[in-house]
Design a binder for this molecule. Sequence first.
Ligand SMILES: [Zn+2]
Length: 427
Amino acid sequence: MIAEAGRDLSVVGATVLDADGLVALPGLVDLHTHLREPGREDAETVASGTRAAALGGFTTVFAMANTEPVADTAGVVEQVWRLGRDAGYCDVRPVGAVTEGLRGVRLAELGAMASSAAAVRVFSDDGNCVSDAVLMRRALEYVKAFDGVIAQHAQEPRLTEDAQMNEGVVSARLGLPGWPAAAEEAIIARDVLLAGHVGSRLHVCHVSTAGSVELLRWAKSKGWRVTAEVTPHHLLLTDDLATSFDPVYKVNPPLRTAADVEALRAGLADGTIDCVATDHAPHAPQDKETEWMAARPGMVGLETALSIAIMTMLETGLLDWAGLADRMAIAPGRIGGLPGGSGAPAGGRPSRAPAHDVHPAGAGALSLSAGAVANLILVDPVARWTVDAGALASRSRNTPYAGRKLPGRVQATFLRGRPTVLDGKIA
Ligand SMILES: [Zn+2]
């Protein structure tokens, strides 16, 4: 726990770490990570993915349910939660599937997953959209009982059959089947209406269009319990990159236009979009390094997320460090139901509570004040580093930033006071 915060603290008996020139932030929280275990350990494991997360400054990641088998039972979510705990790099909070097998036909065992050791609060069929309006309504109603949230991958399936990239000028020129903005916006419009109607919590995954931002702004103005995330790549990259036919730029939802990027940045700055989430999507070479049409969509992102946020939001003056801490740690922690979301001491425990008394499913340090869990990171704000895809801790190499020089470097990550990263390396 953080015992004291401030200037000129007593250091008698303490280990002193020279952090001159570094910025301290709460440990980052990622609401949207694909760890691929169980089932696709050739692309990522819980251990390799959480090493990447720690290096990127994360102390909690929410692991998406589209594994093999799908995380749609208490047994699978508890397995993922235990793998995270045993690896020890980062707290892993499993996301439960909304429907059995992500098939969109019958609700999964939401209550059993919520009351399991993994204490699931976020449910998503991510990869697939819960497109059936009645099922979506039932899921929203069901999770109200334990203040859960449905995280929707907003993609109208019929409007995006065979879609390969954003529908627009570039897709027309390349002759690739397009993915209209309306396919995302139609689902968001329907879902915010449903969330408002039943009074439940909806979270919209990876918002990618200017129209989606407008819909969210409208839904929030109604007082509905709607939150949303944007990925680092949608804050920076645009659909004209597809002209290279390099499948590293193929992602779901697709890269959009510069006008969309501008609207997403503005939405994140003014809080219409609540947080950044990576959608870290590792893929093995045989699934990704192939021709565009056959390649799986997705990019790895845990180790570059903070740098891209610094580049797009901090260096542009849209957010300051406190704003960045909110969008990458405090807001996602609150949405995911981590204790201490209000900035109060985690779990309301006294500030000198012993470390072993901390919430077993992964309490998040959501503030840097005395009494909070000591999940924090030290960032070198002036460092520049060049992304080497082969040197990433992730088991996969599908980063769109290979060879690119990025600002900001995580020097240290502390998980409940214990260093997981020191001097930019796994401790
Ligand atoms: Zn998704």
